[in-house]
Design a protein around this ligand. Sequence first.
Ligand code: UDX
Ligand code: ADP
Length: 475
Amino acid sequence: MASSSSVTPIKVTKIACIGAGYVGGPTCSMIAHKCPHIQVTIVDMNQERIDAWNSDTLPIYEPGLEEVVKKCRGKNLFFSTDIDKAIIEADLIFVSVNTPTKKTGVGAGYAADLFYVESCTRRIASVATSSKIVVEKSTVPCRTAQSMRTILEANSRPGLRFDILSNPEFLAEGTAMSDLDKPDRVLIGSLSTPEGRAAQTSLIEVYSNWVPKEKVIGTGLWSSELTKLAANAILAQRISSINALSAICEVTGADVDEVAYACGLDSRIGPKFLKSSVGFGGSCFQKDILNLVYLSESLHLPEVADYWRQVITMNEYQKSRFAKTVVSSMFNTITNKKLAVLGFAFKKDTGDTRETPSATVCRFFRQENAKISIYDPKVSEKQIFLDLTEPGVVDDAAAAKKQVTVCQSAMEACTGAEGICILTEWDEFKQLDWPAIYKSMAKPAMVFDGRGILEADKLREIGFKVFSIGKGVNL
Ligand code: UDX
Ligand code: ADP
C-alpha cells in the first residue's frame, strides 16, 4: 500500500484510455459506471471500432457490458478517435493497446511487439501540456515502464512530470464485467519514490470507489509487470497439466473429470482451471508464456525457458492429438467427409477467436480434405474465414470457401455430417435436440467432445458413437 509521502496525490477527475479493445473497453466502462464523478474517455485510432462503441451493436460481446455502456455513455463515458484531446484533458491515462507476439525480427515468435505501446507513449509525450499519471494496462514485458518513462522524459515539454504505474488487468473474457466488479485483487506497481507513491495513491483512490481496500495491492513496478505474466503462466500450466493427464486417461480408461475433481478437493490445489479441453486459447496465455520464455532466455536462464515452453508444447500436442483422434476414429480418413464443428470462439460467452483451438483443429481437418460446417453463436462468418485463411498458414479465401461452410444453427451444421466436434463449451450445445441431430446425420454418427460438456451415456443410448476428451477411446 502507499506509504506516507511528501508529494500530495492528485485527485483524478478525468481519465483517458488509449485502446478500445477487450481490455480498455470493459475496464474503463466499469470505472465510469462505479465513479460517476470521473469523466472517462476511451479513444482508439480505429474509427470503425469507435463507431461500434457509439452504436447499438458494441464491437465486443461481453455479458453485462452493454447495460453499463448504455447507462454511462454520453454522461461520463465517451468513445472517440480524438486521441490528442483526450490526452490533453486527462489527469490519468490508461495505455490499453495490443501487444501481440512479434512476427519478425529479434525475438520473433516469442517477444511482445511493443510498437503500439511505444507509439502511443510518444504521442502522449508530444501532445501533453500538463503532468500525467500514465498507467500500463496492456500486458507488457518486464521493464516496459522504464522504457515508457525514458520516452516520455526525452520527448515532452520541459517542466512536465510523468509518473508511470503498472496496473495489469486480470479479467477473463466472458466474465469480464463480474471480474471487474469483484476482482480477486487489483495490483498497482509503482516506483518507490515519493512521486511514484503519490501516483499509486491516486489510482488506489479510483478503485476504492468499489473495490475493498484490502484487495488493492501496492508493489514495485517490476513485480507488478512480472505478476501478470506469472499468473497467466501458472493458470495455463494447470490446464496443460490436466491435459497431459487426459492423454493417460484415454489410454488407461481413467476419467479425467474424476481425477481433476479428486485432485481439486485438496485445498492446496483447488478446483479451478483443471477442466481438460481440446487446448487453451485466448489472446493472453500463449503470448504471455512466450514472453516469459523470451525473458528467461534473455536473462540466460535456459532451463527456466524450457520449463515454461513445455506448457505450450503440451497445448499444441493436445490440439493435434484431438484432431488425430477424429481422423483415426473415422476409419483413418476424413477426405470429403462432412464434419460439423460446434464452437469457434476460444471459450464460451465471447466472440473472440484469438488463438482459438478451433482454428487449429479446422486447419488440420482442411489439410485432410474434409468438408467442414462451422457454427458458433457469436463469431461472424467474416471472422471465421479470416482465421482460417491467415497468409502462410493455409491457402486463399476462395479455396477455403469450397471446403468450409459457416452455418446459422447447430442443427444446420450437423445435418448430413458424419462427425460432430464440440470445440467451444457453449451452454446451448448441452441442450440441442440430439435425437433429431442423430436422425439427420450419416451413420455411424460420431460425436467428439473436445470440451467434456455432453452426457456421453445419453448420446450413446440415442445411437451416437462418442469420444470425450480424457475419457478413454470408447467409440
Ligand atoms: C486469461 C486469464 O484468466 C485472465 O486472468 C487474464 O487477464 C487474461 O487471460 P482469458 O484468456 O480471457 O483470461 O480466459 P480464460 O478463462 O483464462 O481461458 C483461457 C483458455 O483456457 C480458454 O481457451 C479456456 O477454454 C481454457 N480453459 C480454461 C481450459 O481449457 N480449462 C480450464 O479449466 C479453464
Ligand atoms: P486487448 O485484448 O489487449 O484489449 P485489442 O486488440 O482488443 O487488445 O485492443 C487494442 C486496441 O488498441 C485496438 O483497438 C487498437 O486499434 C488500439 N490501438 C493500438 N495502438 C494504438 C494507438 N497508438 N493509439 C490508439 N489506439 C491504438
